[in-house]
Design a protein around this ligand. Structure first.
Ligand SMILES: Cc1cc2nc3c(=O)[nH]c(=O)nc-3n(C[C@H](O)[C@H](O)[C@H](O)COP(=O)(O)OP(=O)(O)OC[C@H]3O[C@@H](n4cnc5c(N)ncnc54)[C@H](O)[C@@H]3O)c2cc1C
Length: 340
């Protein structure tokens, strides 16, 4: 029987991120002995928030040295907790903080690590993970005999654990740090203001903008100012996440006066991101295969395009509106505004 460790770190508010609760939710489906390991300046509130999860014990590495993301201290903390737990399987949310250290931790423990895991199952006590290859085109199911097996679980793939809070005891795991392991300091975080942040992984809806927004329209002119107002207006009204086709972000990157809020981080597709949202609406985008491969995990897909022969019409969308996106989005924003 496996000893399954859910390894999580606290966020800046001292609590657990949704991704950590998803890792816990996944671990709970596997059977075996469950142990929770927490890293952070203070982990008691986090432990209490999941007190009823059925863990055999809660382990914690705490103190000011573990409040910030830093390879040396995070790796040492994770290694110590894995050893203290005697874990054979370690499930960690694939946060940027953990993604940096998990492979190194597995190496130190003589184990193996798998990243970008999208599902974990167990049948007859044998744990398997799912992982996509070749830019989300092929899915493999893997098992390993080597232990410990460190698994970085992608966010948004599993049901988050839900249960009542309580109070629990956290066993402290000691980690001795050298001065050298503390020489990196996070001096601040640079992030766009909340209302300028248009990539929202937890949004219910993804709006994709394609290059058509910047193309010459039937009146012989381009209307990028209108495009900007319509797209940003829709995002403001719906709090949707914004994605883009490669063509549009390439235009922005080339310094043309296009849509200044677009960056390569918005690109969806074969060489872009593969976000997970319940719904997606594509506008002014042709629906080419390298782009739509990034829509694989969007459950309900709709598109607006002038061209009835675009890729969306060939099975890439559930609904295609053959229409002018400027007109449709203007009307849509009006309707949304009246609902506010
Ligand atoms: C190896 C490789 C990897 C790639 N990876 C990616 C990737 O990761 N992501 C990606 O996006 N692309 C990728 N591409 C590029 C991809 O093949 C397409 O070229 C690109 O996605 C096209 O972008 P687009 O549909 O926005 O632009 P276009 O093909 O120019 O289409 C614009 C669309 O807008 C429509 N339109 C114009 N005006 C309006 C209007 N008023 N109302 C409604 N519709 C309008 C037009 O009918 C047209 O269909 C890759 C290509 C290769 C070769």
């Amino acid at each position: 029987m496996e000893t399954i460790l859910v390894l999580a770190h606290t966020e800046t508010d001292g609590l657990l991120a949704k991704a950590a609760l998803e890792a816990l939710g996944a671990a709970k489906t596997l059977g075996g002995t469950l142990i929770v390991g927490l890293v952070g300046e203070n982990v008691q509130s986090s432990a209490n928030s999941i007190a009823s999860c059925g863990a055999a014990k809660f382990l914690g590495v705490t103190g000011p040295d573990f409040g910030q993301a830093r390879y040396a201290t995070d790796a040492a903390a994770a290694e110590a907790i894995c050893k203290a737990a005697g874990a054979t399987v370690v499930i960690a949310p694939a946060t940027s903080r953990w993604n940096r250290v998990l492979a190194g931790v597995a190496h130190r423990l003589g184990g193996r690590a798998d990243t970008h895991v999208t599902a974990i199952t167990a049948a007859n006590g044998v744990v398997s993970v799912n992982r996509w290859y070749y830019r989300q085109r092929m899915e493999a199911v893997l098992q390993r005999t080597q232990r410990p097996w460190v698994i970085a679980l992608e966010a948004g793939c599993c049901e988050a654990w839900k249960g009542s809070a309580g109070s629990t005891t956290v066993e402290a795991v000691a980690v001795s740090l050298t001065d050298a392991s503390k020489q990196t300091t996070v001096t601040g975080i640079r992030a766009p203001a909340a209302d300028q942040q248009t990539i929202r992984p937890d949004a219910k809806l993804l709006l994709v903008a394609g290059a058509g927004w910047t193309k010459t329209q039937p009146d012989g002119k381009t209307h990028t100012d209108d495009a900007e107002k319509l797209i940003l207006g829709f995002l403001r009204l719906t709090q949707a996440s914004l994605g883009s086709s490669k063509s549009l972000v390439d235009l922005s990157g080339e310094g043309q006066a296009v849509l200044p809020f677009m960056s390569h981080l918005h690109q969806i597709g074969q060489t872009g991101a593969t976000p997970r949202h319940p719904k997606g609406l594509s506008t002014c985008c042709h629906g080419e295969e390298p782009h739509t491969v990034g829509w694989r995990f969007v459950n309900e897909r709709r598109a607006i395009d002038l061209n009835p022969n675009c890729g969306w019409a060939r099975g890439k969308a559930d609904v295609l509106y053959v229409a002018d996106a400027f007109a449709v989005m203007t009307k849509l924003n009006e309707l949304l505004a009246t609902k506010k």
